[in-house]
Design a protein around this ligand. Structure first.
Ligand SMILES: [Zn+2]
Length: 210
């Protein structure tokens, strides 16, 4: 069985960044389920078409599709995997335990109000897709991309009502998973508002101890 490290956390908690840093440190493969799904949509595959319809409705991709994409991606790689955006359901959590040796599940803890603040400030370049944040990572010139001079905009799914809905759904969904891994003694909670490198140091220290 391959080793697996899991990151749970809402958008804006920095889980993707932490997962990527840890992947560089451990040599494990960083697997972002959202990216795997979007890749299928962009490639125009049969799975992609199914996924697209589901995502448009704001629903979760079915477990079987998620499992298949993970199996394909991981089949002949690496000693271990860092999951980002997986598991999202209890069925997926059980799948994880059956197929991997779970080293640790990290939960990047961010309060609802802080999560909303972080997501709300996000801006994207209309030309090159570079991400900005009005307070955490502002462009040099307001509303203009540093990289290409393109105009920055707020994505449709970052509208205030969409954000509130997404945030509420996240906490509901994640509460169950947190409890599940807590009971198995695999969960470790990390403070998402601390500086990126400090959080990463906590993780590396924790893995050594484990
Ligand atoms: Zn740009």
């Amino acid at each position: 069985m391959k080793d697996a490290i899991v990151f749970l956390g809402i958008q804006g908690s920095g889980k993707g960044t932490q997962a990527e840093l840890l992947a560089q440190h451990t040599g494990f493969l960083h697997v972002n389920i959202g990216d795997l799904l979007r890749e299928q949509v962009n490639l125009g595959t049969e799975i992609g078409a199914q996924v697209n319809t589901i995502i448009q409705k704001g629903e979760l991709a079915p477990d079987e599709i998620v499992f298949e994409l993970i199996d394909r991606r991981i089949a002949d790689c690496c000693d271990g995997v860092i999951f980002d955006g997986f598991p999202r359901t209890l069925v997926q959590a059980e799948f994880l335990l059956q197929h991997y040796h779970v080293v640790r599940v990290y939960y990047l803890d961010l309060k609802k109000v802080d999560a909303i603040k972080r997501i709300q400030g996000r801006k994207v370049c209309s030309q090159c897709g570079t991400n900005y944040h009005i307070t955490n990572h502002p462009p040099k010139k307001s509303g203009i991309c540093d990289a290409c001079g393109g105009k920055l905009f707020t994505r449709g799914d970052d509208a205030p009502s969409a954000i509130r809905k997404r945030v509420a759904a996240f906490y509901e969904e994640t509460y169950v998973l947190k409890k599940f891994f807590e009971e198995k003694g695999e969960l470790k909670t990390l403070p998402a508002l601390e500086p990126i490198q400090e959080v990463q140091d906590m993780i590396i220290e924790d893995i050594k101890l484990g």
